[in-house]
Design a protein around this ligand. Sequence first.
Ligand code: COA
Length: 210
Amino acid sequence: MSSAPPPVEIPKLTSLPLVIETQRLTLRRLAERDVEDLWPHVSNPEVATLMSWAAHRDKAETLAWVRGRIEAWDQGTDLVWAIEHEGRACGTIALGGITWGFSAWRVDRAELGYWIGQPLWGQGLVTEAATAVTRWGFETLGLHKITIGCIEGNERSKHIIDKLGYRFLARFEDDVWRDGRWWHHLRYEMLASEWVDSTRTLRFNRPRLP
Ligand SMILES: CC(C)(COP(=O)(O)OP(=O)(O)OC[C@H]1O[C@@H](n2cnc3c(N)ncnc32)[C@H](O)[C@@H]1OP(=O)(O)O)[C@@H](O)C(=O)NCCC(=O)NCCS
């Protein structure tokens, strides 16, 4: 692994294209009008149970949550995109905790996180979104490192992380308490120098079979 030095200038989010289009999805800034579309999903305990948040109990909570994410977007600390599918917001994907400097250190990193509504599980949509956001994080934002974690037992999420090529770091024992028990946490990271866009590799660079 060999990494390039960080760029002298820290990128300004306002100068970057922030809407990401994929084959089936538009990833874009959350808006207050998304509350109606998100509500059935964020109030579903099946979605929330392996996330850090609890299922929402009313739409006011969802509105406050959306407003918090918009504020963080404007501050440039967390980019939380709405995952829009067939014209409706159905989940979110984020580069959270975007950090360029820490005291005398440059770190240029962020944490990837995502969820999507249960009726849409298993269609490859989050793989598609996570590939696009990883690509954007490295190629457009210029991050040096992206980290990600999932609770042990979240096989869907683990499968996505593995497919994208994130490098396994460690199993954090009894890392978080929820629903009356401790859960182990699996942690991963990827450097910009490790990023291989497999969608491009498959389409353009793969040697042709005779
Ligand atoms: C985890 C989650 C984001 C996955 O989204 P998704 O759009 O269903 O994921 P995808 O369809 O892109 O990929 C899931 C992969 O897991 C695989 N998978 C499903 N169940 C599995 C299991 N029990 N064991 C192993 N792999 C499994 C699927 O086959 C698919 O892989 P494939 O495309 O190679 O066949 C979604 O289920 C979700 O939002 N869950 C609740 C919130 C959450 O857990 N967020 C992640 C926190 S780390």
